[in-house]
Each structure stands twice: as C-alpha cells, then as structure tokens.
Design a protein around this ligand. Structure first.
Ligand code: BGP
Length: 490
C-alpha cells in the first residue's frame, strides 16, 4: 500500500472534482435533434474481455445493422439517462464539494448533421442548462469537445477522420461552442486521448477497417491522426486569438510500463513502448512532429499527406496545459511470448508480480501515479491536470440499501497521497483532479453497467432494467471529506 511521504498538502485553488463523457451517461440518443454517433452503434459485450481484437472488432455490416435494427442491446443509447437527471447529478456533485466538473459535449447534439449550416438550438439549450446548473453551485466546467463520439454522417460520407473534410467541420463546431458557452466555460480539451486512434480507430476516429482496400489501414490511421492534430491546433489558436481567458489542454492516455527485468533488452523495449504513448502529445505541446514519429511512419513505408499550411498550424496551436488519464501500470519486455499478460481498457501489458489487480485485471499502482506525474512534468514543463482516475468494480447494493466499497476509498486515499508527494516533494505543478465516472456510467471498453466507478450508484443493469435512482455510496462521504479538508483528512 502506498502511503504519504512528507506532509499532505494541496494548493489553495486545487481543482477537486469528477468526470463523465456524454456518450457514456447522457442517453437520449435520438432526442431533441441529436444525430447518431458511432457510440449509438456499439453492442453490449458481456463479460471481462481482455482480447483487444475482439473488444474493438466492428464492421460495415455492424454499422448497417445499427442504423436499421433497434432490438439489439446498445447501452450507450440509454447511458444513465443523465439527459433527464443532470440537475440531480450536478446537485450531488455540489454536495460532495466539487470545484470542477469534467464533461464532454456531443458534437451530434450541437449539429444534427455536422454539415448543417445552423446548429441545433435544442442541443445548445441543453448544455447551457447544464452549465447554468454548474454555475449555481460554483462548479467550474472542464469541457472535452470530442470524447469518442464521431458523428455517423462523417463515417458514412468521409470514412471518419480519414477525410480531411472533418477538420473544417470540427472547427465550425468548436466555434459555435466557444461563442455560445464562453460565459460559462474557461477550461477546454479538444480530443479525449489524442493518441488513441492507433489503438482503437473505430471509436476514436470512425475508421472501419473493411472500408480501406485502397490504402494500408495503419497508414489511414496515421492520416486520420494528422487530421485531428491539425483540427485541434486550429481550435486552440482560435481560442487563444478570441478568448484570452480560455485555457486549452490536450488529453493523453498516460500508460506506464516498467521494464519486466533489468535486462538491457527489456529496458530498451520498454523505452520504445513508452515513447509510443508520447508521440502525439509531443505534437500538441511542442508544435511539431517529433523526429522519432516521422521515422516510425517512414520506416513502415507509409506517407502522411500534409497541406502546405499544416506545419504552421501545428506550431501556432500549442496547448496551455497537459491533462491525462491514469488508472494503472504494467510491464513490458523484449520477448513477451512466455509471459502472462495483464489487460487495460485498450491495450495489453505484461503482468507485474508486485501489484494487485482489479476485477477487470487492471493493475492498480498509486506509486506509479507519482512516478508518472514526475515523468510528465519533466518532459513538458506545463501545468498538469489528472482528468481521469478511478477504480471500476462490481459494486453491490447491500440489504441495508447502501453500497459499501472500502476498496474504492482505499484506492482514492493512496492516489491522493501520490499527488501530494508529487506536488510537495517533487515540485510538480498539478492543477486538479477529476475522478472518472463520478456517478456510475456505461463502461467505454466493455459497454457494461456492471463495471462501476462512481461515488453515486445508479440503479440500472446491463440491459437497461432498473429505476435509474441515484444512491450515495460510502465513497461519496469519503470524497466529500477529502475535498472539505483540501486533501488533508484522508
Ligand atoms: C478511458 C476513457 C473513458 C473511460 C475510462 C475507463 O479510456 O476516456 O471514457 O471509460 O477509460 O475505461 P472503461 O470504461 O473501459 O473501464
């Protein structure tokens, strides 16, 4: 167990809070003019899937089925019905004392069809109401513009982000969000997990493998990533030019691999694997493709089409802060054939014999958070923001009508210690912390409801049965106490 070293202390203005994403909680998938997104087409996958190939397999046939067949279990369509419960949910966040709430806007609510000339006023009204509710309680919104919900029209017309057309359409969407929400929102993230395309192209970019006969699929992914990089930089620049008070961040998947042994070959292999998680964040922070990424693409025999202005665009659109997810760590080695693997939500690593595993096999590691914070700060020298951290578990509604989850409080405690250590002993500039899935929501990778992260239990099962009532778990009161004491009473 990781405990605090030195005194527990957090800056006065530290932003404590929680995080959700539109596609995992809103539901109301076809209400008030919302267009369909890729998430509305993803079927329920029962059980604990550690085979990444199966987890993300998706074909044009699946896409067609989703557009014509409503009988299949598509959990993201109903989420936790936040669309109709947001007032209650934000009131619960306020009760815990949140200073910040990370949420995402669904592009398809703002533009039913991304090519519509005018935005959907009903969609704008919904988010305005959400932001007003936050303001009522003094909660600062932190908004992700794109969290894995590519509009279906872009997939059907342009093969998702492979089409350069997406860039201008995304900028148009961001412009509307900035104009209409600028009285309420200061903190923005452009894309959730900027590096994710190369691990799960369907949810990240709307790229479906069987649609790419004309180009190697991996090359298509690099191209689509490039389009997201350009789109993100244009949006950051637009914000900096017009809204000097805005703070724009990137969001990265902070995976962390330790060498499985001290053999130099294992260290080298691990260094390579670690580099692969930084390749796109490097662009958003430093404003250019790192040489190692250019080599990687060239060595595979691929090309990425640049337009003349792209280099300047990337240079002009660098971010103000670096945000990231952190859940777990694992190991890596030069040869992994005979080693036991451990799953994460979108990748596999080698199992670390020194760490405990969650029910989904994720190896929890609070010391690794401190390690990661130092690593990120040393690399980027930018303020950091932990925008996802948490523990997914099969919480049970006990006979006393309550949910007792000491494991979640323990996980939180250890990670608070790690943050304090990084801030006070290691000199890391950390802006805030938003717990992932602060109110239960649908799992991103397995689309289950059974995998719960929240401080608040939502009474619904994997098939949508239940009252959708919200019930405070034990961890609700624990996190309240953590925030009240600014991280000192844990
Ligand atoms: C991140 C995603 C989130 C979230 C989280 C937990 O990759 O940004 O949307 O869901 O992982 O993953 P899961 O829901 O698969 O447990």
């Amino acid at each position: 167990m990781y405990t605090n070293e030195g005194q527990l202390q957090f800056p006065e203005n530290f932003l404590w809070g929680g995080a959700t994403a539109a596609n995992q909680c809103e539901g109301a998938w076809d209400e008030d003019g919302k267009g369909m997104t890729i998430q509305d087409c993803l079927e329920f996958r029962a059980g604990n899937i550690s085979d990444m190939g199966k987890q993300f397999a998706f074909s044009t046939e699946d896409l067609k089925k989703a557009q014509t067949n409503n009988d299949i279990n598509y959990p993201k369509r109903r989420g936790t019905d936040y669309y109709h419960h947001y007032k209650e949910d934000i009131a619960l966040m306020a009760e815990m004392g949140y200073k910040v709430y990370r949420l995402s806007i669904s592009w398809a609510r703002i533009f039913t069809d991304p090519e519509d000339e005018k935005p959907n006023e009903k969609g704008i009204e919904f988010y305005l109401n959400v932001f007003k509710e936050c303001k009522k309680y003094g909660i600062e919104p932190l908004v992700t513009l794109s969290h894995y919900d590519v509009p279906l029209d872009l997939i059907n017309r342009y093969r998702g982000w492979y089409g350069r057309e997406c860039i201008d359409l995304f900028v148009k969407y961001a412009k509307v969000c900035f104009e209409r929400f600028s009285d309420y929102v200061t903190y923005w993230l452009t894309f959730n997990e900027v590096d994710a395309m190369l691990r799960h192209p369907v949810t990240s970019g709307g790229l479906i493998e069987d649609q790419f006969d004309d180009v190697p699929f991996e090359q298509a992914m690099y191209q689509a990533m490039h389009h997201q990089m350009v789109a993100s930089a244009l949006v950051v620049k637009m914000a900096h030019d017009k809204y000097p008070n805005f703070k724009l961040g990137c969001m990265m998947t902070k995976l962390c691999f330790y060498p499985y042994t001290c053999k130099p070959e294992d260290n080298l292999a691990t260094q390579q694997r670690m580099r692969s998680i930084y390749r796109y964040v490097d662009i958003q922070v430093f404003g250019e493709y790192p040489l190692y990424l250019k080599k990687e693409i060239a060595n595979k025999g691929y090309t990425v089409a640049f337009e003349d202005s792209d280099e300047h665009i990337l240079k002009d659109g660098t971010v103000d802060f670096v945000s990231f997810f952190y859940y777990m760590t694992s190991c890596w080695a030069a040869k992994t054939d005979d080693l036991e693997l451990s799953p994460g939500n979108t990748f596999n690593g080698v199992k670390n014999p020194y760490l405990p595993s969650s029910e989904w096999g994720w190896q929890t590691d609070a010391a690794g958070l401190r390690y990661s914070l130092v690593e990120l700060y040393d690399r980027f020298r930018k303020p950091l923001f932990i925008v996802e951290n948490g523990l997914g578990a099969r919480d049970v509604l006990a006979e006393d009508g309550k949910i007792h989850e000491p494991y979640r409080c323990e996980y939180l405690k250890e990670h608070v210690c790690a943050m304090s250590g990084a801030i006070n002993l290691d000199g890391v500039d950390l802006m805030g912390y938003t717990w992932w899935g602060c109110i239960d929501l649908i799992s991103e990778s397995t689309r289950e409801m059974s995998k719960r992260y929240g401080f608040v239990y939502v009474d619904v099962d994997d098939y949508g049965n239940g009252t959708y009532n919200r019930i405070r778990k034990d961890s609700f009161y624990y996190y309240k106490q953590v925030i009240e004491s600014n991280g000192t009473n844990i």
